[in-house]
Design a protein around this ligand. Structure first.
Ligand code: ZN
Length: 194
């Protein structure tokens, strides 16, 4: 079942999500999240984006990373419970967007290489050595679990860059407002229009 992705302004995106244990019931949520992520051409989706404040994320990136050409016909799907980034290295600015804020991108300083710990749906603890887009996606999704969004890195939505479709615009297509002084205000403005 495809789920509705919450848009910036929904307070559930700002809540800190709680740790979870692997249970059979989580399988359905995970499947729905994967289906929703794929339907929106995303490379990752965190549970708070579908209104569930629990620490589970799904990520799907091309198998061949690090090169200029990414092979989208071969992807690697990860379903991670309680993911935690424990080491970060080789910082650089990376282009980034978010399914909860379609139509905007920005550049964020991310670690190009990371080590992360997580649990799997079948109850195992794993360690992930990730680079490139996968490392970026893990950092982005873990931030969602702590209520952090991309505009927090650049001082608010007004400092993000508008991009044309294929991103789907919000219904009222809000313009960033120079009158607002912090990201929470921006959030409230978006909420009123959603
Ligand atoms: Zn996001």
């Amino acid at each position: 079942m495809q789920l509705r992705i919450l848009q910036v302004g929904d307070p559930r995106l700002r809540q800190k999500s709680v740790p979870i244990a692997a249970t059979p019931a989580l399988q359905e949520l995970a499947c729905d999240m994967v289906q929703t992520m794929r339907a929106h051409d995303g490379v990752g989706l965190a549970a708070p984006q579908v209104g569930v404040n629990q620490r589970i994320v799904v990520i799907e990136v091309p198998e061949h990373m690090g090169a200029e050409d990414l092979d989208w016909t071969k992807t690697q799907l990860l379903i991670l419970l309680n993911p935690e980034v424990v080491e970060l290295a080789d910082f650089e600015e990376m282009r980034e967007g978010c399914l909860s804020l379609p139509g905007y991108i920005t550049y964020i300083e991310r670690a190009r290489n990371i080590t992360a710990h997580a649990d799997t749906l079948d109850g195992h603890s794993i360690t992930i050595e990730a680079g490139g887009l996968l490392a970026q996606a893990i950092q982005h999704e873990v931030e969602h679990l702590d209520g952090v969004l991309i505009q927090d890195h650049v001082g608010g939505i007004r400092n993000l860059t508008r991009i044309p479709p294929p991103w789907v615009a919000l219904p009222d297509d809000p313009e960033p407002s120079p009158r607002r002084s912090d990201s929470e205000d921006d959030d409230a403005k978006e909420s009123a229009k959603d």
